[in-house]
Design a binder for this molecule. Structure first.
Ligand SMILES: Cc1cc2nc3c(=O)[nH]c(=O)nc-3n(C[C@H](O)[C@H](O)[C@H](O)COP(=O)(O)O)c2cc1C
Length: 323
């Protein structure tokens, strides 16, 4: 169990915020497989200020997925504080997280995401304003910084801890790296050595063994998984099982197929039939990675127009015609 402020977290796994991916249905799926904390896609503080329908939709939630971390991005202390108050009043979030890691152009251009890591004064002002605006547990998600030394991450983490931030997630790649190269887990270990608040390690966990290695190598309090959960929604539950028992099970193919059907239902309920069918063409394809015959399944999946067609394809794939 780890504690972030007064929130007791029963488990050691966080589903990473993934813009365009960790919508409510995907979070529900991963939570149903087993995972301690799920995170929303990043939410624009300005979008909240302008009452943008798309922005507010990103914060649709369900009781069963809690605890939920809602991630905000922005660079103005005042609008970030207002956004934090708004999120707290909505009553959907158990944690507010601030994005200091996004390197996408449209975010960096407004001085937000990883651009904040170059601006310790603005970062501190944002953190102090948000801390004042909410009583919810507050976390930040950072990168190593602009160069490979990690010094910007350590400096920002100190500022954050002083400002009352309750935990820090580190994805130890530089801004310029994007997703290239390897995450430098030494930075996670160094951060853990200097802070008293919990440190959550993130970056390049693709298997249970990777997670075990990150815990052992860095001493981090919890781990966060992003991309690998897209093709294996069971990964976080397998990591939890391994942490608790020292062993874990691989899901059987029929369990994977049932989860794919579950995702179809969740997507249709959330996005509506037509939109869900279009999105599922890509999403369902992730889950069959490595299964025999997956390329023709994927080819057929790319053509679907309805969720019923996706269901039929799964049935046909599961019980191939013997003739
Ligand atoms: C498609 C995609 C969307 C992402 N969106 C966000 C986001 O909204 N907020 C954020 O802090 N990080 C975001 N990230 C970064 C991930 O949360 C995570 O830090 C990164 O993928 C490294 O972890 P991994 O190796 O487990 O994927 C995104 C990454 C990807 C691939």
């Amino acid at each position: 169990m780890i504690k972030i402020k007064d929130l007791e977290i029963h488990g050691k796994t966080f589903l990473a915020p993934l813009a365009g991916i960790t919508n409510l249905p995907f979070r529900q799926l991963v939570k149903e497989c087993g995972c301690a904390v799920v995170c929303s896609e990043m939410v624009s503080a300005k979008g909240i200020f302008y009452n943008s329908k798309n922005t507010l939709t990103l914060m649709t939630s369900q009781a069963a997925e809690r605890p939920l971390s809602v991630q905000l991005f922005g660079s103005e202390p005042e609008s970030m504080a207002q956004a934090a108050t708004f999120v707290e009043e909505m009553g959907v979030a158990d944690i507010i997280d601030i994005n200091f890691g996004c390197s996408v152009k449209k975010v960096v251009k407004q001085g937000a995401g990883v651009a904040l890591m170059k601006e310790p004064k603005t970062s501190e002002a944002v953190l102090r304003a948000v801390r004042k605006a909410t009583t919810l547990p507050l976390t930040i998600k950072i990168r190593s910084g602009w160069d490979g030394s990690g010094l910007q991450a350590f400096a920002l983490a100190d500022i954050a801890q002083d400002a009352g931030v309750d935990a820090i997630v580190l994805h130890p790649r530089t801004a310029a790296q994007g997703f290239k190269g390897l995450a430098n887990w030494d930075h996670i270990q160094q951060l853990k050595e200097t802070l008293t608040i919990p440190v959550i390690g993130n970056g390049d966990i693709n298997s249970v063994e990777d997670a075990a290695r990150m815990f052992a190598q860095t001493g981090c309090d919890a781990i966060m998984v992003g991309r690998a959960a897209m093709s294996n929604p069971y990964l976080l539950s397998q990591i939890e099982e391994y942490v608790n028992k020292g062993t874990y099970k691989e899901p059987k193919p029929d369990e994977i197929f049932r989860k794919m059907e579950r995702l179809i239902d969740l997507y249709v309920a959330y996005f509506g039939e037509a939109h869900a069918a279009r999105m599922l063409r890509g999403r369902l394809a992730w889950f069959v990675k490595g299964l025999p015959g997956c390329s023709s399944f994927r080819r057929d999946l790319a053509q679907i127009e309805t969720s019923g067609q996706a269901m039929d394809l799964i049935k046909a794939y599961e019980t191939p015609n013997e003739d």
